[in-house]
Design a protein around this ligand. Structure first.
Ligand code: ADP
Ligand code: MG
Length: 350
């Protein structure tokens, strides 16, 4: 099939690699000529994400379209919805944190306490203020510990915000699932995630999380994906405290915490995504071996030097400009020996 990928970042790149392994043809759309996807796509349309002519051109050239990030224009997605199996509900809701958390509440899925922020009304702390739209990797978030932080808070009057209790979770997880056209849904082994400054740092996948936690999280993820009538790979992030599972947010696309699946599983989150959107058979994922993933940001070149090449693989996103906190690649470490994995990651982290 001919697949159009909107968004040329690392997710687009890894989607295209999976598409090629299944003998599909890939056309990318991104404003940046030498974006990561351009290094593997069969063809690129260089245009903005809200360029109607470019969307028209892409839609005419391909059988199916997928998007790899949430900031794509919703009206354009609606216009070409016939070719977009991910559809628009998941995108519309995940674009806005207030809608997203309200959707969870309406689905009877627990969340931490949150409200639409009104600076004139009661502000509680400790809390986190987050922009409702456009935030990612911890951007657009402010911690409030005291009235002093409130006094120093500089909010953009054009934006809206939510205020959330600062939650003392035991750990964070994410469920990566793929749902097919007929509603069948599969789930990847659940990673335990750590973040640094709001950016995903490491994922640990050892299949030894408490069963009740996994069962609950999977139950919530199934509910979310089916209510959205979503097709493709979807990721839902959760906080876990005292074995209770709390929804944080979801992403209607493959997710950074699922990158481990490329080496760690018999099928990757990208391959199942491509299989889903092309109405192909989904493959039931299994963990081949214990796996850890660590992100390599612009300032983390040293991580690559510290890799143990016998158990580690580096994925380079082919980005030209290195910037502080920009995701440049990731490292996956796979081995049955958990102790060795932990030591390897500790050494890489330094
Ligand atoms: P983003 O879209 O930037 O990923 P998140 O809401 O997932 O936004 O926040 C990023 C990270 O910040 C989370 O994975 C978590 O580590 C931390 N965080 C977010 N909200 C809370 C909260 N209410 N309490 C404690 N930590 C939080
Ligand atoms: Mg997040």
């Amino acid at each position: 099939m001919r697949i159009g990928i909107i968004g040329g970042g690392q997710l687009g790149l890894m989607m295209a690699e999976a598409a090629h392994s299944l003998n599909h043809f890939v056309i990318g759309l991104d404003p940046i000529k030498d974006c990561p996807l351009s290094t593997v796509a069969d063809s690129m349309i260089i245009a903005n994400y809200n360029d109607l002519n470019a969307f028209d051109k892409l839609a005419n050239l391909v059988d199916v379209i997928t998007y790899e990030f949430e900031n794509v224009d919703l009206d354009l997605i609606e216009k070409y919805i016939q070719k977009i199996p991910q559809k628009s509900s998941a995108l519309r809701i995940s674009k806005n944190r207030f809608l997203e958390k309200t959707f969870a509440v309406q689905s009877a899925i627990p969340t931490v306490k949150f409200e639409l922020m009104d600076i004139q009304k009661d502000i509680f702390y400790p809390s986190i203020v987050k922009t409702t739209t456009g935030g990612y990797d911890g951007k657009g978030q402010f911690k409030l510990q005291s009235q002093n932080d409130v006094d120093n808070l500089r909010l953009n009057s054009e934006s809206s915000y939510i205020i959330e209790e600062l939650f003392h979770f035991d750990y964070e997880i994410s469920v990566i699932s793929t749902r097919g056209f007929s509603g069948e849904i599969i789930h990847f082994p659940i990673p335990k995630n750590t973040h640094k400054e709001g950016i995903l740092f490491t994922c640990e996948i050892t299949n030894d999380l408490p069963k009740e936690v996994c069962d609950k999280a999977i139950q919530y993820s199934e509910l979310i994906a089916s209510q959205l009538d979503y097709v493709g790979t979807i990721a839902v992030e959760y906080f876990v405290k005292n074995n209770q599972v709390y929804f944080n947010e979801f992403a209607p696309r493959p997710h950074n915490s699922g990158h481990y699946t490329i080496e760690g599983c018999n099928v990757s989150q990208f391959e199942n995504h491509i299989r889903a959107i092309t109405n192909d058979r989904l493959i039931s994922p299994m963990l081949i071996n214990n796996t850890w993933m660590i992100n390599v940001l612009g300032q983390d070149d040293i991580f690559i030097e510290r890799m143990n090449p016998t158990i580690c693989t580096y994925h380079n996103y082919n980005k030209h400009e290195k910037k502080l906190n920009r995701k440049m690649g990731h490292i996956t470490c796979v081995d049955e020996n958990e102790e060795l994995l932990e030591k390897t990651i500790e050494y890489i982290k330094g």
